[in-house]
Design a protein around this ligand. Structure first.
Ligand SMILES: Nc1ncnc2c1ncn2[C@@H]1O[C@H](COP(=O)(O)OP(=O)(O)O)[C@@H](O)[C@H]1O
Ligand SMILES: [Mg+2]
Length: 500
């Protein structure tokens, strides 16, 4: 029996077609896996069904009848629940409050039985008894919990809604093996009750353990659906890639510096939180890519090299000299720069003028104490103009700029300073296509001027188009190095999607 059906559902963000004419059928009592590389449209599809994103076109049917899902409450009243990839927890509230908030009745005037809500939260918590780890209880505050425990709360929150369609968007990415096993037992029990589960994961072992059918999405389009029993990991990877792609590797070939180019950075057996035994060299003039699924240690390594979360083992050399990544200030002085795509947290100083956002690192490096606007403006303007940043004046607040232009401002800092090594931690996250093209052109120019660049990009296409060499991370370690013509989508996916 078909529980949920999507007919021609589309959604665009500006020029990005996040989802194009998606047709999909989910049966009652099945675990339906959605698969696709980063940025292929899985979360967009999930959010449309769950009511947090409105589609541009198409229709959704439940039990054969068209429904209009106007928002998350409306989705819940239709019996649809979701685990959000980015989580939807209130950080300062307790576990119990977070679980209960979502399951409150949606109509006004209904008497809320607090004890019943608490009893329900307790009952769903108990499903994970023995695998939650220390400090996990109904009255624990979310911000005090570990990443895996927060994911468990988000899972419990979705389960407690007792919906007939439940979407899990990368619900297992921070869980350990025992937690995943328990979660799968719960999913199997839900299947028995005829519930429909949409399950998104990148782990082939998980997909083959829990899935009944799998649908592959590529670039916002549904490629096809297979019964898990009739397919294989290599067939699925081929569907994700879209056939053979030997030509991929040619795009940036002419850029790669010669093997004889001097080393900018040399990293040996680096270890820290979330990664271990990572070794690599970056040559001057080279863009070294970090690839693989999100959260496999790429950002952690970059933050460690910048001294933001210092490494616990291993050694680093900059320009042939030993380097101790103790803190960001020391690293900036020695010529190591870091730019994160997470501007809200690590990039711009919101509310401050554009000029100050271009300059602070520069001040730090030269130990300038007094601000000297005319001199700073002279340095900042050409750098910003080189990036074609649209701004009304250097005195305007940075928040007056679009995301793409904010990120250009952040990168413009390094045009002024010229570090020896530039660490880019998913720098284009959430910025538009033309700003992306400008940024990558700039990054290539910085490399050509002799900088050593490490680029982690969560979108595989960005990596294949821009990196000279790619290290594929999986489970906190480098699993594979892709060079020259081996730098293909297929090889990248295969190394990334294998069970670590
Ligand atoms: N709120 C948004 N604003 C702009 N672009 C977005 C937004 N959400 C998603 N996108 C873009 O839509 C595409 C699909 O994203 P998403 O559905 O999150 O993919 P997936 O979950 O498969 O990784 C990507 O190119 C992404 O950058
Ligand atoms: Mg997603």
């Amino acid at each position: 029996m078909i529980k949920l059906k999507l007919n021609g559902v589309s959604k665009a963000y500006g020029a990005t077609k996040a989802l194009s004419h998606a047709d999909l059928e989910i049966e009652a009592g099945e675990v339906h896996v959605l698969l696709g590389s980063n940025g292929s449209g899985k979360s967009t599809l999930s959010k449309i069904v769950a009511g947090s994103v409105r589609p541009d076109a198409g229709e959704i049917l439940l039990d054969g009848k068209p429904v209009t899902i106007t928002g998350p409450q409306s989705a819940r009243s239709h019996g649809i629940a979701i685990f959000y990839q980015e989580l939807s927890l209130a950080a300062h509230r307790t576990v119990a409050e977070n679980i209960s908030l979502a399951s409150l009745p949606s109509r006004a005037g209904i008497f809320v039985d607090g004890d019943a809500l608490e009893e329900r939260a307790q009952r769903y918590m108990a499903l994970f008894d023995g695998v939650t780890g220390d400090g996990f209880s109904l009255d624990a505050v979310i911000e005090d919990l570990r990443a895996d425990q927060r994911q468990l709360v988000e899972i419990i929150k979705a389960l407690a809604i007792e919906a007939s369609v439940i979407i899990f968007d990368e619900a297992t990415s921070a869980l350990d093996r025992a937690q995943v096993e328990r979660f799968f037992e719960i999913l199997r029990a839900l299947k028995q009750k005829g519930r429909s589960i949409i399950f998104i994961s990148h782990r082939m072992d998980e997909i083959f353990a829990i899935g009944d059918r799998a649908t592959v999405i590529r670039d916002g389009q549904i490629v096809g659906t297979k019964r898990i029993a009739d397919t294989s990991p290599s067939e699925i990877i081929t569907m994700m890639v879209g056939g053979h792609d030997e030509t991929d590797a040619k795009a940036v070939e002419h850029h790669a510096p010669t093997g004889a180019a001097a080393l900018a950075l040399s990293v040996k057996n680096l270890g820290g939180r979330g990664f271990g035994d990572v070794s690599f060299d970056v040559r001057k003039g080279e863009i070294l890519g970090f690839g693989g699924l999100h959260g496999q240690g790429q950002s952690a390594v970059l933050k460690a090299l910048f001294g933001a979360a210092p490494p616990t083992s291993g050694s680093v050399e900059l320009d042939g000299k030993p380097l101790n990544p103790a803190n960001p200030r020391a690293m900036i002085r020695q010529g190591v720069a870091y730019v994160s795509g997470d501007r809200a947290r690590e990039g711009v100083v919101t509310g401050r003028p554009i000029l100050e956002n271009v300059m602070p690192i520069h001040y730090l490096r030269d130990r300038m104490i007094l601000a000297h606007p005319p001199a700073s403006a002279r340095k900042a303007l050409p750098a910003l103009q080189a990036l074609r940043t649209k701004f009304a004046g250097l005195g305007f607040p940075i928040s007056s700029l679009s995301g793409g232009n904010q990120q250009k401002v952040v990168i413009a800092r390094w045009l002024i300073d010229r570090p020896a090594v530039l660490l880019l931690d998913d720098p284009t996250k959430g910025i538009d296509l033309s700003a992306k093209a400008d940024l990558f052109a700039l990054i290539r120019k910085l490399a050509e001027e002799g900088m050593g660049i490490v680029l982690y990009a969560s979108e595989d296409a960005e990596l294949l188009d821009n990196a000279d060499r790619i290290l594929v991370f999986n489970g906190g370690a480098v699993r594979r190095e892709l060079t020259g013509t081996a730098r293909t989508r297929y090889n990248l996916y295969q190394a990334a999607y294998e069970a670590a």
